[in-house]
Write a protein that binds this ligand. Structure first.
Ligand SMILES: [Zn+2]
Length: 116
């Protein structure tokens, strides 16, 4: 891929990452561990009288956000390695359109379809 296109994707991924980190901080979850951030996490629930089930819901949402962060980190690593934009399965270009819709994509459309 062209350097300009890669730079653009990197900026987009960086921006998404910051956004996700903010979401985790708002949830009171430590972005490094995915665990509740002690008092900060409990405090978010203390006033509203929310219960254990709701805490579990927030943690499962946090897990989804963390998964997105990991996907972004992997994509940024591929940009650094120079392998970004190539399908990890068949090595063919993933395609600009697909990458535009899903910048963290690892597989081209046909491999993705095979993988389910
Ligand atoms: Zn492929």
């Amino acid at each position: 891929m062209e350097q300009a296109a890669l730079d653009q994707i990197r900026r987009r991924l960086d921006g998404d990452r910051v956004h996700l980190m903010t979401q985790l901080a708002d949830m009171g979850v430590d972005p490094d561990t995915g665990n509740p951030n002690g008092d900060q996490f409990d405090q978010g629930f203390a006033d509203s009288g929310q219960n254990t089930a709701e805490k579990a819901l927030v943690l499962s949402m946090a897990e989804g956000v963390l998964e997105s962060v990991r996907e972004i980190d992997a994509a940024l690593a591929r940009i650094d390695e120079g392998t970004y934009g190539s399908c990890e399965s068949c090595g063919q270009p993933i395609g600009d359109e697909r990458l535009d819709a899903r910048p963290v994509a690892r597989l081209c459309v046909s491999c993705k379809r095979r993988a389910g």
